[in-house]
Design a protein around this ligand. Structure first.
Ligand code: SAH
Length: 344
């Protein structure tokens, strides 16, 4: 089987050219063609016929195919992609002022088995390759160009779809390198966010291998017993160790770590929970995202009432930690956080 062209970052591409006695300058041209112009054909005219033939002969240029598209009333778009081996994954475009954030999946299913997450119910089928990750971006962009012309502006990338991105570190890292490349999509490093449950082996690599990329931690409870219930991997990588590791990540002046906190009715939504959360985050460069629980078929948790959510935030405000209550977008088509499951 041929290797995918879209598994190569810019320096891999230079190396391939070099090893095959082809002109290295073709790397920038090919990146520009595929990632900036987002052309899907292999017919880039600006490189030599020899180089073009070499790539056509040796590399696979296929990408995940869009299987189904759900458009929400609020203009959120959920894509179901079909992969080469017929597994399916989901990707969501979240609109803001005619621009978009894209929520990418990193795995088919997920091994973390969090009790509140629809994806976790599937178990882990397999991790995605880099080409399947960048493919979600390219195909979503092309869909916008065709269906919402003039709106094909995807300015933020968040790894908050299906899967635990740090459990697929190498492929996610390479996808980020491709997104960041100045020869291609040239997405700013501050515009990429990777969300994790606190998968410590990945976090330990973060500082050296993902400099500048934004990190979000799904915290969900400051209390060990409750966090164990929600995120079973907390028993192996406890929150204290995770937070200590995150504290060693250098941040630039305006950068924060985002702490995501899922609010579940009568479980982790009391003023005591908020007080403890505020206490452990007070001294950090923290930004809190409160995510009221989004329901899905078979869920046994509930979302707290608005008033309770407001009270929770009031407690956090006393710690002067910037806190945002995240509004659910796309929940009419099961595209909101935690509602992604490959069968829809
Ligand atoms: N595995 C990573 C990436 C997935 S991100 C992580 O957990 O961080 C998905 C985000 O949606 C996480 O913050 C997750 O906790 C949250 N989420 C999962 N299920 C949810 C649900 N039912 N309602 C609201 N948010 C949910």
């Amino acid at each position: 089987m041929k290797n995918s062209f879209y598994d190569l970052n810019h320096s891999d591409l230079e190396m391939v050219l070099n090893q095959n006695d082809l002109n290295q300058s073709a790397a920038a041209i090919l990146f520009n063609w595929h990632y900036k112009k987002k052309q899907n054909a292999q017919c880039c005219e600006k490189i030599s016929k020899g180089s073009l033939a070499f790539f056509q002969h040796n590399f696979d240029f296929s990408l995940p195919e869009i299987d189904t598209v759900h458009e929400s009333k609020d203009r959120t778009v959920k894509f179901l992609f079909k992969l080469n081996d017929h597994h399916k994954i989901e990707t969501v475009l979240i609109p803001f002022h005619n621009k978009y954030s894209i929520c990418l999946s990193s795995q088919v299913g997920c091994a973390m088995n969090c009790s509140f997450c629809f994806t976790g119910r599937q178990g882990l089928k397999r991790s995605l390759t880099t080409s399947e990750i960048v493919g979600q971006f390219l195909e979503a962009w092309r869909w916008l160009a065709k269906n919402r012309p003039g709106e094909e502006r995807i300015l933020n990338i968040v790894f908050m779809g299906q899967g635990e991105p740090l459990h697929n570190f190498d492929a996610v890292k390479k996808a980020c390198e491709i997104f960041l490349s100045k020869h291609g999509t040239s997405i700013g490093v501050q515009k990429i966010t990777v969300s994790t449950v606190g998968y410590l082996p990945g976090l330990k690599r973060w500082r050296r291998e993902m400099p500048g990329v934004n990190l979000a931690l799904s915290l969900h409870s400051p209390f060990a017993a409750k966090r164990n219930d929600l995120i079973p991997i907390n028993k192996i990588y406890p929150l204290e160790e995770v937070l200590a590791c995150i504290d060693t990540i250098p941040l630039n002046k305006k950068q924060f770590i985002t702490y995501e906190y899922l609010l579940i009715k009568d479980f982790n939504d009391s003023p005591d929970d908020a007080e403890k959360l505020g206490t452990i985050l007070a001294e950090k460069s923290a930004y809190i995202n409160l995510i009221p629980f989004n329901s899905f078929p078979g869920a046994h948790y509930k979302r707290p009432e608005l008033e309770k959510i407001g009270k929770f935030k009031e407690v956090l405000d006393t710690f002067k930690i910037p806190t945002l209550i995240r509004s659910a977008k796309g929940d009419d088509v099961l595209a909101a956080c935690g509602q992604l499951n490959s069968k829809n």
